[in-house]
Design a protein around this ligand. Structure first.
Ligand code: MN
Length: 292
């Protein structure tokens, strides 16, 4: 086994608002050479670093919009998100929870801050990922996995150094609770100061690390701070993360889907014709109905 090394460490750029509830920086595509192919199957990563929202009666968020051809994965770190979709899925994503929505052939959904949380306001921190689907599953039936934090299996690092939540894939024999269409590892590592955790992913898997909290050192070489993203090279398998402070890091590693990507707005397909078809189907109401 050979070492997987750091390609670059990026800091968040200017955030923008998605609707009025999500103040995000678009790491994928956005940071340096991180286009949709480079981190494929992770084709989009919107990161809302900690941000304080004032109390409001009417929850902030983003209204009804469509998706087709991929999955949206929402991880709430601070605050609460309420979600509804036209396939009948819905629920509240609380702190530490994960929502894995397979839009596939098409859904309408809306994403708002949870009503009671909105009344008090507070610190909000969230990740939303778009995970691509291979062509043969792009038009499959939509589905929804609501994964509460206590349903996520954990690997406990020895000497009480922390734990690794296995959202998808595998870590040291612990299997992730989320079902995926292609091989993906999605881990949330909660590391105490001085903890050392080893990771190993196939060298062809595209791999990145987002520092949600704290400060870490990768391979005893490069230091990354809160809110920074580390892109790993595809040069080897093994790397090591040392927590300099109490830290939370999100690790993403997936087998690339070797297919063309045609993306426009809320649709990610393989060809331009399929994108035009998506717009047409959306206009015709084929994505179902959802009240605003
Ligand atoms: Mn959406």
């Amino acid at each position: 086994m050979t070492k997987k090394t750091v390609e670059f460490i990026a800091s968040p750029g200017e955030p923008h608002f998605v609707g009025d509830g999500f103040r995000v920086y678009n790491y994928i595509p956005g940071a340096k050479n991180l286009d949709m192919q480079r981190m494929n199957p992770f084709i989009m990563l919107d990161y809302n670093p900690k941000f304080k929202f004032s109390p409001v009666e009417k929850p902030r968020g983003v209204g009804v919009h469509p998706h087709r051809g991929f999955e949206t994965v929402t991880i709430a770190y601070k605050g609460k998100v309420a979600h509804h979709d036209s396939a009948g899925g819905g629920g509240v994503i609380g702190e530490g929870d994960v929502q894995w929505m397979t839009a596939a052939s098409g859904v309408l959904h809306k994403e708002y801050h949870e009503k009671e949380w909105s009344k008090n306001g507070g610190i909000f921190q969230m990740v939303q990922l778009w995970v691509n689907l291979p062509a043969k599953y792009k038009m499959s039936t939509p589905k929804y996995q609501a994964i509460s934090n206590n349903a996520i299996k954990r690997y406990y690092i020895e000497n009480n150094e922390g734990e690794v939540e296995v959202i998808a894939g595998n870590y040291n024999g612990i299997n992730g609770v989320a079902s995926t269409f292609t091989p993906i590892n999605m881990l949330n590592a909660r590391l105490n100061t001085d903890a050392n955790a080893k990771f190993s992913f196939p060298s062809n898997y595209n791999t990145a690390i987002l520092v949600i909290e704290g400060k870490i050192e990768v391979n005893n070489e490069q230091i990354a701070n809160t809110d920074q993203l580390i892109l790993m090279k595809n040069d080897g398998e093994d790397f090591n993360i040392k927590a300099i402070d109490n830290s939370i890091v999100l690790l993403l590693s997936g087998e690339p889907i070797d297919e063309p990507i045609a993306a426009y707005g809320p649709f990610v397909m393989n060809t331009r014709d399929e994108l035009l078809q998506a717009f047409e189907d959306y206009k015709k109401g084929k994505f179902g109905f959802l009240e605003d």
